[in-house]
Write a protein of this length. Sequence first.
Length: 125
Amino acid sequence: MSDPMISPDPRQPDSWLEPGKLNVQLVYALYLLSFLIGISGIIGLVFAYLNRGKAGGWIDSHYTYAIRTFWIGLLYGVVSAILSLAVIGVLLAIGTAVWIVVRCIIGLQKATAGEPIAKPETWWV
């Protein structure tokens, strides 16, 4: 019989909010959700910044990749908005959305497999 006064360790390494595989997956999911609910991308960015450098190993490459995905996507989005006065801006906006989705899917696949991002600082996929 277990003692009810002894509680299990409150800190679980597989928690969604602590640095680790599940948190990285949450960040990517929030980025994808930001196409429907814009604020979720910012929440994902905050999680990535708060947890970067705490987990170590292959997970840090994902946090760097996710942070760069947000900022580069924002840059592409601003350029698209400025160029939307011409038709090229609309095409660039569609390309930016596809680029973000592809990076998030790649990140989710690699995080699920426990693999690092090979070049987390790249501007491509």
